[in-house]
Design a protein around this ligand. Structure first.
Ligand SMILES: Cc1cc2nc3c(=O)[nH]c(=O)nc-3n(C[C@H](O)[C@H](O)[C@H](O)COP(=O)(O)OP(=O)(O)OC[C@H]3O[C@@H](n4cnc5c(N)ncnc54)[C@H](O)[C@@H]3O)c2cc1C
Length: 477
């Protein structure tokens, strides 16, 4: 009888793992188990008036690097090339990003010349921060918070305005708690290897082998900064689902896994609400905290390491305005915590992807809310109503972008515990988990946003690596 691999969680990580398992030369029997009624996890696109597309989760994927290229390869393999909407390098959404500080929008400097010009909200040209970086000795700690790393190497202004905002934009998190080693491994490694982040970035980390395809070559030639799909990013999980079904993968939806137990012969029993499955290997692509609650007593040390990986919530408010214009053209702006503890930033969706504006076209922006403001409300057990988020988002759009008329369309979603937080010492939790899995020879592989990167590219790569491990092979580059 052939082997059975059960994949837990039908977000992009679990779908990617199932995809790579199904394409092995001698594929095992694959069962993908998703707790909710739909696949895709946080990737969700909905249609609004005039067929406009509203992203409730991710809205753009970066094509850069080996991981970006592999995702583009996947897109081509799924036959989605003609659906890709690129943001080319010469487009304002690729070139302009803003910070909202002191009640005004400030363009972040771009290009080498920008470093020598005064660039408010920073009091001096960023060249000076660069000079400090080049002359600062290498750090000695095995990990450091993003804030402390940035303050030590680039000075207090870059730490409290730029890196604070970046942590809010990517992780909806606090730069004083997040780990530089786990959140921005390329910066951490650059310092370790070259003593300086700038030198490291200039000299490069050595190019890893990259796949090649017509789409990847096009993305490189046109210097895409990101891309989406015509009908929204949810087209990607939908296409994966179609592919998996055609390859004979069993996809179970609406079946939350409620426990795992180890059988005498080293196989798993996976408990569902109304039955169970047997598996030779389990790939977990559910959040670490969820897996921690499913593990049997023999795996208590692993469960302890996993439940220490927490996540924060984000409220996503999609707004559409008729006949309105933005004061600036760009990808969007970020808001440092010192300016507003609750507004993480605003994405100008219509600038990057006007094709999704609907007919007649309306201006789409998305306000992201979270940070200490939301954490405090959650901790107090306050009523988190749709009206509260809508009002706060509309107010931010009015004050920060001059969008004072009421929106013609509004969607409000509170995504609870949606972004894992790689806090100081996250690497030790991963090491403890890896050590336990190896020492116990458990047929279990971890994938997903909880571990080594939250971006869609990272999640797809984690699924690919997990599939290779379950198959007992090295992943192809
Ligand atoms: C608001 C927001 C905006 C983002 N923007 C971007 C962006 O622009 N670009 C980018 O690259 N990334 C972005 N990200 C990050 C990225 O979208 C996520 O990190 C990624 O989609 C996570 O995928 P995943 O499969 O690891 O986890 P999830 O999407 O969380 O999937 C896990 C799945 O497991 C299922 N599950 C949970 N418990 C069980 C159980 N007991 N049994 C069975 N199934 C279960 C869940 O229902 C879910 O479907 C964003 C994330 C959010 C929340």
């Amino acid at each position: 009888m052939g082997r059975t691999v059960v994949v837990l969680g039908g977000g992009i990580s679990g779908l990617a793992a199932s995809y790579h398992l199904s394409r092995a030369p001698c594929p095992p029997k694959v069962v993908l188990v998703e707790g909710s009624e739909r696949l895709g996890g946080w990737i969700r696109s909905v249609r609004g008036p005039g067929d406009a597309v509203f992203e409730l989760g991710p809205r753009g994927i970066r094509p850069a690097g080996a991981l970006g290229a592999r995702t583009l390869l996947l897109v081509s393999e799924l036959g989605l090339d003609s659906e890709v909407l690129p943001v080319r390098g010469d487009h304002p959404a690729a070139q302009n990003r803003f910070l909202y500080v002191g009640g005004a929008l400030h363009a972040l400097p771009s290009g080498l010349r920008g470093l020598f010009r005064p660039s408010p909200p920073f009091s001096k040209p960023l060249f000076w921060a660069g000079l400090k970086e080049l002359t600062t000795p290498r750090g000695k700690d095995p990990d450091e918070t993003v804030h402390s790393f940035a303050q030590r190497r680039l000075g207090p202004e870059v730490a409290s305005l730029a890196m604070d905002s970046l942590c809010r934009g990517v992780f909806a998190g606090n730069s004083r708690e997040l780990s530089i080693r786990s959140c921005f491994p390329s910066l951490f490694q650059a310092e370790q290897t070259h003593r300086s982040v700038l030198l490291g970035l200039l000299l490069g980390a050595g190019r890893s082998p990259q796949p090649d395809s017509a789409l990847i070559r096009q993305a490189r030639a046109e210097r895409w900064s990101q891309w989406s799909l015509r009908g929204g990013l949810e087209m990607l999980p939908q296409a994966l689902n179609t592919h998996l079904t055609s390859r004979g993968v069993t996809v179970l939806k609406g079946q939350p896994v409620c426990g795992l137990s180890l059988q005498a012969e080293g196989r798993w029993k996976v408990f569902l609400g109304d039955g169970s499955l047997e598996a030779d290997h389990v790939i977990s692509a559910v959040p670490a905290s969820v897996l921690s609650g499913l593990l049997p007593a023999q795996a208590a040390p692993l469960a302890r390491a996993l439940c220490a990986i927490t996540a924060v919530s984000v409220a996503v408010v999609n707004l559409q305005y008729q006949g309105a214009r933005l004061p600036v053209q760009g990808f969007g702006h970020l808001v440092p915590s010192s300016e507003d503890p609750g507004i993480l930033g605003i994405v100008y969706d219509s600038v990057a992807f006007p094709e999704q504006d609907g007919s007649p076209p309306g201006l789409r922006v998305t306000v992201m809310l979270g940070g200490s403001w939301l954490q405090t409300l959650e901790a107090r057990g306050s009523v988190l109503s749709q009206e509260l988020f809508q009002q706060r988002a509309q107010q931010a759009a009015a004050t920060q972008l001059g969008l004072k008329e009421p929106p013609s369309h509004c969607l409000v979603h509170l995504h609870k515990n949606c972004i894992p937080q790689y806090t100081l010492g996250h690497w030790q939790k991963l090491e403890a988990a890896t050590r336990f899995l190896a020492s116990q020879r458990l047929p279990l592989t971890l994938a997903g946003a909880s571990y080594e990167g939250v971006a869609v590219n990272d999640c797809i790569e984690s699924g690919r690596q997990a599939a290779a491990q379950a198959l007992g092979s090295e992943p192809n580059s």
